[in-house]
Design a protein around this ligand. Structure first.
Ligand code: ACM
Length: 625
């Protein structure tokens, strides 16, 4: 009975004790802690039973050697310190699952596939001290792994992150580093947003101007969306693109880490870079520039908008489909993934409405509303994708005007598009803005540079990808999306991605019943130390309280809510900088009249954590409304 209780208690690693050395993200399905530890020794061997398990063994040896300096070698012999096998023949582990046994004498990883073996290795690495992530040799660390027995497999088959490389360009080295970090959290899908108004990033050999012209824009600094227009004759010097060789290199690197790449060619909207190269593909045929981040659209707050510069392909022009056939021929040949993402989002129809060719097409097709012309366009795109032997996936706007048979839907404007698509029998990837848009601010809106909205890590963690009333089999999984209007570098991409992508990794991998915010938060803090060792950036906004205000009997009250437990919040109302002797928040605080500023600083274990938040009384007043 005692044994039974221990097993149940530890069944989800999310529930292992706070003192445990086991802090795995995403939480494995089952974890049984034992007593003692395995101690890694210099010159040991990493073994693999089958040649196909050799890559995971080599990866593990490289990872361990970098920080331990132990010179571990791989071997196909039977008596190594760590043995990796892909011969588990265990149906319960599926295509990506693994078993990991750590005893005081050695470590064994069993899986059915190289992917499972790779994930066993990732879990094992997370059992080592944080310094294992160091990029150079660290002396004086006991490289111990706790005795444990883990069995694990994912909840969803699609666990993705989207990186927008159009708004800002990321080099091959950056993309590889981003992918490497994703793989450590068992993401298996890299959605590569390759084209948009601000740069076309994939070489299409049959359409050379796409990258000769479309990959480059004038250099601008400052807030994206408020930048100045290109001047006549100004050279376009900012940008870049991926050659076919580059793409093949990234695909190989990703596939070694069990990551498949979904390329996105975003049509018919978001096409200004393509139209800068080939203006004849628009309705007005006016020459446009690759957009450097100017304000060219009006948003009316109810999902409607206007593009003041044309960024849409002309659906009534057969040349557009010839163009798309060329693009998708090369994209389909480059990328092995069965899915090609065709965008479909935020397509402004104003230029279509004015265009005689579009009107004639609508009449011919019996299409009454211009909005529904997108359905015609998407079905033509779907035929092209199908003719290349691929499956089409698009943003949830592809439901409008009639969804193409067999198309998969990426639900971003909430989950309602996903629900609608699943009920029609279409595959769905869930990535609603409200939980999965990691371009949004993570803490107080006054701290990070302003962007469309906010999304705290606890909100991401609370996401449930299978809505009530939807058959789970239609939900392929979910994604985090990083749009990069305000993300100019890999370092900042990491800052925006983590820790929210850790939270979503757990949403998409771990059993629904295992979800436990307090457990995740405690493990997240351990992973901050791992990221510190690795030099990977993350946001510490989780320490920042939500700063709220209310009015009671005419009195303005300051209300501070911490996202995680164990944080002390200190504040001042006297124009001084808060420290850990300043008043500690426990109950709502009356804010005196006058030109008062409130300053708030969180402390974790006596150390200032997160950001100093400063708000004027008027800002608090607004929050009390
Ligand atoms: C999107 O965020 N426009 C898909």
């Amino acid at each position: 009975m005692k044994q039974f209780i221990i097993v149940v208690f530890c069944l989800f690693s999310g529930l292992v004790s706070a003192q445990s050395a086991i802090n795995i993200i995403p939480a494995p399905v089952s974890v049984r802690e034992g007593a003692g530890f395995f101690s890694l020794k210099k010159g040991g061997l990493i073994g693999y039973e089958q040649p196909e398990a050799g890559w995971a063994a080599g990866y593990l040896a490289d990872e361990l050697n970098r920080s331990t300096g132990y010179g571990l070698k791989t071997t196909q012999s039977k008596t190594p310190a760590v043995l990796i096998s892909t011969g588990a023949s265990d149906k319960t582990l599926g295509q990506e699952g693994y078993r990991l046994e750590v005893t005081t004498k050695g470590i064994k990883i069993d899986a059915n596939t190289p992917a499972g073996a790779f994930y066993g290795v990732q879990t094992l690495l997370q059992l080592f001290p944080a310094e294992i992530r160091s990029t150079s040799v660290v002396e004086g660390v006991n490289w111990n792994v706790p005795v444990v027995s883990i069995a694990d497999q994912p909840r969803f088959g699609w666990r993705g992150i989207m990186l927008d490389v159009s708004r800002h360009f990321f080099s091959v080295a950056d993309v590889k580093k981003y992918i490497d970090e994703m793989a450590r959290y068992k993401y298996n899908t890299f959605h590569w947003h390759l084209t948009d108004d601000n740069g076309w990033r994939v070489e299409i050999k049959s359409l050379p101007k796409l990258t000769e012209v479309g990959a480059w824009r004038v250099e601008r600094h400052g807030r994206f969306g408020e930048r100045a227009e290109p001047r006549p004759g100004e050279p376009a010097t900012y940008g870049g693109f991926y050659s076919h060789e580059d793409i093949r290199e990234v695909i190989r690197y990703a596939s070694e880490r069990n990551i498949t790449i979904v390329p996105e060619i975003d049509v018919p909207g978001h096409c200004m870079a393509a139209l800068a190269a080939y203006p004849e593909l628009s309705c007005t045929k006016q020459q446009v520039s690759v957009n450097p981040g100017t304000d060219f659209s009006d948003w009316y707050g109810n999902g409607t908008f206007k593009m003041n510069v044309e960024n849409t392909l002309n659906p009534s022009d057969e040349k557009v489909y010839e163009f798309l056939d060329k693009v998708f021929t090369e994209v389909a040949a480059l990328f092995p993934n069965q899915y090609i993402h065709v965008g479909g989002d935020e397509c402004y129809k104003g230029y279509w409405k004015e265009d005689p060719g579009c009107q004639a097409l609508m009449e011919k097709q019996g299409i009454r509303h211009v909005e529904d012309l997108q359905g015609y366009f998407m079905s033509r795109v779907g035929q092209i994708i199908q003719s290349k032997g691929k499956k089409m996936i698009g943003w949830d706007e592809i439901l409008e005007g009639g969804i193409t048979p067999g198309a998969a839907v990426m639900s971003w404007r909430g989950v309602k598009g996903g629900i609608q698509a699943a009920k029609m029998g279409h595959e769905v990837v869930m990535t609603p803005t409200t939980y999965a848009y990691i371009d949004y601010n993570q803490g107080d809106q006054t701290i990070d540079p302003p962007i469309y909205s906010g999304l705290r890590v606890s909100k991401s963690y609370s996401f449930e990808p299978v809505p009530d009333g939807v058959e789970a089999k239609y939900i392929l999984g979910g994604q985090a999306n990083l749009w990069t209007e305000q993300v100019p570098s890999l370092r900042y991409a990491e800052y925006m991605t983590y820790p929210r992508a850790w939270a979503l990794a757990e949403v998409y991998w771990s059993p629904k019943e295992a979800k436990n915010w307090n457990s995740f938060a405690s493990r997240m803090e351990k992973h901050f130390r791992r990221s510190d060792a690795a030099g990977v950036n993350y946001s510490s906004a989780v320490y920042d309280p939500a700063v709220k205000a209310k009015r009671e009997n005419g009195q303005l009250l300051l209300v501070l809510e911490s996202e995680i437990s164990g944080v002390d919040i200190h504040y001042t109302l006297d124009e001084t900088m808060p420290d850990n002797r300043s008043p500690k928040y426990s109950i709502p605080v009356p804010v005196p009249d006058g030109p008062v500023n409130v300053r708030v600083q969180a402390y974790r274990n006596g150390t200032p954590s997160g950001h100093l938040i400063t708000l004027k009384r008027s800002q608090l007043e607004a929050r009390a409304q």
